[in-house]
Design a protein. Structure first.
Length: 167
């Protein structure tokens, strides 16, 4: 049953990725849903493991709040990371943060390459209008806009949530 809930948590993570990619916003409802699902997962192990996870998530929130106040991370990213941390055992948290950092590095490299590469946009195959628009919008955003780091957070969470991958 735990694996079903863990895999089901990937659906709101996919929504967070999509929304962060398109709008550079992570919906509050996604973070709330993930926090509640995580609390249910931890409560299955007992009240004490849930309390420990909540305490660790609160400490992580304080650290991330300082980074947010310095404008080093976005508010949606803070909410998403803390919501996920509630559902992870404390020993899984370093793996989650490490996998998120690695995915964030790959994402940053992809956006650096996007800034530098000038691919011809014509001729594109018929029906590739949406792909062309996405390419052009992301090239424009890559100049100054923040990275959609929700994608990296979701990749780090998937590493922990998928059976056999991280936990």
């Amino acid at each position: 049953m735990d694996h079903v809930v863990q895999i089901a948590m990937l659906v709101p993570l996919a929504v967070a990725c999509w929304q962060d990619f398109l709008l550079r916003r992570i919906p509050d409802g996604v973070s709330m849903l993930l926090a509640l699902a995580g609390m249910a997962l931890r409560l299955r192990d007992g009240i004490q493991p849930l309390a420990v996870s909540l305490a660790v998530a609160a400490a992580l929130f304080l650290v991330l709040l300082l980074l947010y106040l310095r404008r080093l991370v976005g508010g949606g990213d803070v909410k998403l990371i803390v919501a996920l941390a509630i559902g992870f055992p404390p020993l899984a948290l370093p793996g989650f943060l490490f996998a998120t950092a690695l995915a964030g590095g790959v994402l940053a490299l992809a956006y650096l390459a996007l800034r530098m590469v000038r691919l011809p946009l014509r001729p594109l195959p018929r029906g590739a209008g949406l792909l062309r628009r996405l390419w052009m919008v992301e090239r424009w955003r890559a100049r100054k806009a923040a990275l959609p780091y929700g994608i990296a957070i979701a990749a780090g969470a998937a590493w922990v949530l998928l059976p056999g991958a991280g936990l």
